[in-house]
Design a protein around this ligand. Structure first.
Ligand SMILES: Cc1cc2nc3c(=O)[nH]c(=O)nc-3n(C[C@H](O)[C@H](O)[C@H](O)COP(=O)(O)OP(=O)(O)OC[C@H]3O[C@@H](n4cnc5c(N)ncnc54)[C@H](O)[C@@H]3O)c2cc1C
Length: 357
């Protein structure tokens, strides 16, 4: 288990300790999200009124086989119900849900990255989210996705004034997004990798390896309490996304996110949107500035508390949660994790119910 500041390495290029193989490959830029399931149901290719839905064969999604999108010519265009595309939509959604629930299916798919070597991937966009954090998008070879297991992360290798630096980052794009992935990175003034990333320009390659680590859900869990500080929210983004998008999910998620400034909240729009689902609630704790003083006003209904996350907040959540069926997932700086683990212990939460990223 790692805290955010622990898993890193710095070594001289001259050192033999780093045995990673480099694969210098550049892939064509592909900024389009090919994972979109938006379908064009109208077609002129087939004038037949034959309801071809009967001829659609559902793939066995239990084996991990991805459903094949029907050809436009397989739809008769006469408004059948269900249409072949309705069946395809249904199977694709089921396949995605299964893949998110079963990491072993995800990792058997063709991910272009490997844990034991670094692969050069092209940076295709940088979206500034605050004065110190941006979303960086990288191209993957066409038709491939990271297939990252829940809670998994990648390693980035950079060169800081002649020293090789390796740091962990957690992609926040959907794990099955095809042709790209995105990482949310905060830059620190004296950070070694931060100084590499600060000089990144669109079109240049960066070296990635992975996946590493994962969080394995327990079948008994009915509630997840996510305790994060700053960019420590990254591994939770896809857990929340999966839970709200899975209509079969019976798990409730509560996120307590501690940040210094309101502008450090990520992914701000999505959190607000996900909170409209029955199974997700969140609370923001902004410790570094009073309301309105950091240039970011809270939005309507945004659940902000202008103070540090305190023991009473953790205790309150713990009191509402049943032991054995609630898991507490913790991710942040070393000091944040230490405080939160103490709060949980004093609230009577047993170690088995706690998972540190
Ligand atoms: C599994 C895992 C996943 C991670 N995912 C992400 C991610 O998605 N996005 C992301 O931005 N980071 C993530 N991190 C943190 C990341 O790996 C680096 O530690 C971070 O980017 C700082 O690296 P650096 O080389 O710039 O700073 P370093 O040279 O390692 O540190 C320089 C100084 O920067 C400050 N600093 C470093 N890290 C932090 C921090 N987390 N909080 C506050 N101050 C800090 C400290 O003052 C430190 O002394 C993850 C870490 C782990 C272990």
């Amino acid at each position: 288990m790692n805290s955010y500041e622990q898993e890193s390495s710095v070594s001289d290029h001259s050192s033999n300790s780093d045995e990673c193989i480099f694969v210098e490959t550049s892939f064509p830029t592909n900024s389009a999200d090919e994972s979109s399931t938006e379908l064009n149901h109208s077609s002129n290719e087939s004038p037949s009124r034959l309801d071809r839905a009967e001829s659609y064969h559902s793939p066995d999604t239990h084996t991990g086989e991805e459903p094949r999108r029907p050809l436009d010519s397989e739809c008769c265009g006469s408004g059948c119900s269900p249409c072949v595309f309705d069946l395809y939509d249904r199977d694709l959604a089921a396949w995605r849900r299964r893949r998110l629930r079963q990491p072993e299916l995800a990792t058997t798919s063709a991910s272009p990255l490997q844990p034991d070597r670094f692969t050069a991937l092209t940076l295709t966009s940088i979206t500034a989210l605050s004065d110190s954090a941006s979303l960086y998008r990288f191209a993957l070879p066409a038709g491939t996705s990271l297939c990252l297991p829940p809670g998994g992360h990648l390693r980035l290798r950079g060169d800081d004034a002649g020293r090789s630096v390796t740091r962990a980052y957690t992609p926040v794009s959907p794990p099955d997004a095809q042709g790209y992935f995105e990482v949310y990175i905060r830059l620190y003034p004296s950070g070694a990798m931060s100084s590499c990333v600060r000089h990144w320009r669109v079109g240049q390659p960066a070296l990635w390896s992975g996946p590493f680590g994962e969080y394995r859900p327990r079948s008994a869990d009915r509630r997840l309490v996510l305790l994060a500080a700053g960019t420590g929210v990254a591994p939770f983004v896809n857990l929340v996304r999966a839970a709200v998008e899975d209509e079969d999910s019976e798990t409730r998620l509560t996120l307590l996110l501690a940040v210094r400034r309101l502008q450090d909240v990520f992914p701000r729009d999505q959190l607000a949107q996900w909170a409209s689902y029955w199974n997700f609630t969140y609370q923001l704790f902004v410790s570094g500035a009073g309301e309105g003083t950091d240039g970011a006003e809270p939005r309507y209904g945004e659940p902000v508390r202008w103070r540090r996350l305190q023991e009473r907040d953790v205790r309150e959540v713990a009191l509402q949660s049943a032991a054995g069926s609630t898991r507490y997932l913790v991710c942040g700086t070393r000091s944040f994790e230490k405080d939160v683990l103490n709060y949980l212990q004093r609230a009577g939460v047993c170690d088995d119910d706690v998972f540190r990223f």
